[in-house]
Design a binder for this molecule. Structure first.
Ligand SMILES: Cc1cc2nc3c(=O)[nH]c(=O)nc-3n(C[C@H](O)[C@H](O)[C@H](O)COP(=O)(O)OP(=O)(O)OC[C@H]3O[C@@H](n4cnc5c(N)ncnc54)[C@H](O)[C@@H]3O)c2cc1C
Length: 342
């Protein structure tokens, strides 16, 4: 039976990092991987990209040196980076070998039963990962069988999901860490305001739906009445600050007219949609305005780079480069990861 000083199970970032350090210390070892290097990332969906920025992509001996620290690497670039790291650090990885069990023999040494036979070792490092198994709350069992409830890892492309509306349970709070850590950080207050805003929007959307659908109030009339109500509410304050209003009118007349036309127009469109379709469809779609606004701010107003794909530098080292420099080298930016800059 083959014997090594250290057996490392798993060739993800943890397994490769420990291998890098064992090599540096001259310690004999083997890394067994049931799939291929970076398998956990390979298994992610096609449009996956990191939720953590590129500057966090750091492995022993390879700090992030690219010029796109705030970008977000797409899946295939993450895999390429890990493969490159394994090659550069000459990690002794054996791919497609699964470790079934590990036992300790009478002499205190370990024996691993693997898909490629038994392997003995003095020490074992389990780098088999975490976060790779979705957590399904017990209540998921009570969902009706006819209602599909896939996990994030259950599909590679949106086309593999059944058609229809999708409710996402868990998400930002889980991805951004432990919600209990918000206590005392001041973020809880901001979160409360955000939730309150969401609740208020939901309430007035239901109210709007009721008005134009159940009571059949024409959208134009409803919006006109709403604007009249608003005008009555703000009129006393505007009259008190008449000089300010006149001054702003002179300076920002075009913008005021633009908002005055576009805002009611958008609202009348939403009301028209609500009068004809279920609120559960219209409400989320209406929020796509946030995304469109972000893109327009990025593109038209040049407020910053909202679209920051990371691309690997030569030799496969993770690096970053701007979209323009990638284009000038004729590289194809396959999966752009769009996210606002921190
Ligand atoms: C949806 C999602 C998004 C994420 N996004 C981010 C992100 O943006 N940024 C970030 O830093 N982290 C992210 N993570 C977390 C990240 O994936 C993990 O922190 C990271 O993969 C852990 O690395 P690891 O080497 O410990 O384990 P893994 O990457 O899971 O590697 C473990 C390896 O062990 C192999 N293995 C397991 N069992 C055996 C066995 N019996 N025999 C042989 N081989 C075995 C597996 O095939 C795998 O290759 C995300 C996780 C998920 C689920």
């Amino acid at each position: 039976m083959e014997h090594v000083d250290v057996l490392v199970v798993g060739a993800g970032s943890a397994g490769l990092a420990i291998s890098h350090e064992l090599t540096r210390w001259g310690i004999e070892h083997i890394v067994l991987e049931r799939g291929r290097v970076g398998q956990a990332w390979r298994d992610r969906w096609d449009s996956f990209c990191l939720v953590t920025p590129n500057w966090t992509v750091r492995l022993p001996g390879e700090p992030y040196t690219g010029d796109d620290p705030d970008g977000y690497l797409p899946r295939d670039r993450i895999v390429a980076h890990l493969e490159g790291y394994a090659t550069r650090s000459e990690a002794p990885v054996r791919e497609r070998v699964e470790v079934h069990t590990i036992e300790r023999g009478p002499d205190g040494r370990f024996v691993a039963r693997t898909s490629a036979g038994d392997l003995g070792s003095d020490r074992v490092v389990l780098a088999t990962g975490a976060f790779q198994r979705p957590h399904r709350p017990a209540s998921a069992g009570s969902l009706p069988a006819r209602l599909p409830h896939p996990d994030p890892g259950g599909h590679r492309t949106p086309s593999q999901l059944p058609p229809g509306a999708l409710l996402i349970i868990g998400g930002a709070l889980l991805l951004t860490g432990d919600p209990r850590a918000l206590r005392g950080s001041g973020s809880a207050r901001a979160l409360a305001y955000a939730l309150l805003t969401g609740g208020t929007i939901a309430m007035y959307t239901l109210w709007d739906k009721q008005a134009v659908s159940t009571y059949a109030i024409p959208p134009l009339l409803y919006d006109w009445a709403r604007n009249l109500g608003l005008a009555i509410v703000v009129a006393p304050s505007a009259l008190r600050r008449r000089a300010d209003v006149v001054e702003h009118w002179h300076i920002h007349r075009r913008e005021v007219i633009g908002v005055g036309v576009l805002s009611p127009l958008a609202y009348i469109l939403v009301l028209t949609a609500l009068s004809a379709s279920p609120g559960s469809y219209v409400a989320p779609l209406r929020e796509s305005g946030i995304l469109i606004g972000t893109l327009m701010g990025t593109r038209l107003l040049a407020e910053g780079k909202g679209n920051r794909p990371g691309i690997p530098a030569r030799d496969g080292a993770v690096s970053g480069a701007s979209r323009s420099s990638a284009r000038s080298r004729g590289e194809k930016l396959s999966v752009p990861c769009t996210r606002s800059k921190r």
